[in-house]
Design a protein around this ligand. Structure first.
Ligand code: C2E
Ligand code: MG
Ligand code: MG
Ligand code: MG
Length: 278
């Protein structure tokens, strides 16, 4: 009896693996077709100056408008795109699309684009960025590339070299999700970032949790002494904003100021800006 049960458990496991593999393959094909059919889109979330409360830029965030499932968030399909290598052509499209859109915005409003570590394995990455700038006519200093700490993990001399080559194009380089990595501080020594984006998990607990508050304060101080712009991600309340301002944080991004929205909405926000309307 035990044996039979064991057998059926193993069989159940195989069946589960099989159906998992099938559904993964289906999703992979789906994503491929969605990309080809133009079902991927970018949403834009404003980044504001803390003192001025003016829009300084937008972060471009990938969305999949699935015909059946509706909007699929990047956490559900970017990992798949990374595993299959599809993130390389998708990422190139994101760069072209974001630069073209930003070229329509009032100067000097910037656009930030997320780069996957997998894109760093593509020898064409620097050329892809250069082409996106050339095609759109966007001034390089208006493009910011966001990378996570995983790009700088051990044995990534090649990635550091690529970051320098990207910087040579005149674009800005940001470290995203700062503080969530394994050894955040050491990465600041490996590459001179223009911007540090303080992860939402710290901003979230500002005020409630003394440790998060201390960490945010330390990162802002570190940015100030290194001449690096600090951006707080995921600002949701006025209390968080007030505290970030008191600590001297440079820029903010979060639902309090605007959710990621279609390009047309970003354009409307820019037109409403008093200083830029002229
Ligand atoms: P990220 O680069 O750290 O982007 C910020 C995420 O925080 C976005 O999630 C944004 O919608 C969310 N967010 C912003 N403000 C708030 C807030 O006030 N509260 C809360 N709860 N969330 C907020 P999203 O759009 O789901 O993107 C998730 C991640 O997917 C991004 O994290 C980024 O790592 C990745 N991603 C997005 N677009 C791309 C892309 O084009 N290429 C690559 N490689 N990755 C992308
Ligand atoms: Mg980002
Ligand atoms: Mg982030
Ligand atoms: Mg993130």
């Amino acid at each position: 009896r035990a044996k039979a049960e064991g057998g059926s458990v193993a069989h159940g496991f195989e069946a589960a693996m099989d159906s998992w593999a099938r559904s993964r393959r289906r999703r992979e094909t789906d994503l491929h077709e969605a990309f080809a059919r133009g079902e991927l889109a970018l949403a834009y979330q404003p980044v504001l100056g803390v003192r001025s409360r003016a829009i300084l830029g937008f972060e471009a965030l990938l969305r999949w408008q699935h015909s059946v499932e509706g909007a699929i968030p990047p956490s559900d399909f970017v990992p798949l795109a990374e595993e299959t290598g599809l993130i390389v052509p998708i990422g190139a499209w994101v760069l072209r699309q974001a630069c073209a859109e930003a070229s329509l915005w009032a100067d000097p409003i910037r656009v930030a684009v997320n780069l996957s570590p997998v894109q760093f394995r593509d020898p064409g990455l620097v050329a892809t960025v250069r082409e996106a700038l050339a095609l759109s006519g966007l001034a390089p200093q208006r493009l910011e590339l966001e990378v996570t700490e995983s790009v700088l993990l051990a044995a990534s001399e090649a990635n550091v070299a690529t970051l320098h080559a990207l910087r040579q194009l005149g674009v800005r380089i940001a470290m995203d999700d700062f503080g969530t990595g394994y050894c955040s501080l050491s990465y600041l020594q490996r590459f001179p970032f223009d911007t540090i984006k303080i992860d939402r998990s710290f901003v979230n607990r500002l005020g409630d949790d003394p440790h998060s508050t201390a960490i945010v304060r330390a990162v802002i101080g570190l940015g100030a002494s290194l001449g690096i712009v600090t951006v707080a991600e995921g600002v949701e309340t006025e209390a968080q904003f007030a505290q970030l301002r008191a600590e001297g944080c440079g820029e903010v991004q979060g639902y309090l100021f605007g959710r990621p929205a279609p390009a047309a909405e970003a354009r409307r926000l820019i037109r409403r800006e008093p200083d830029l309307a002229a």
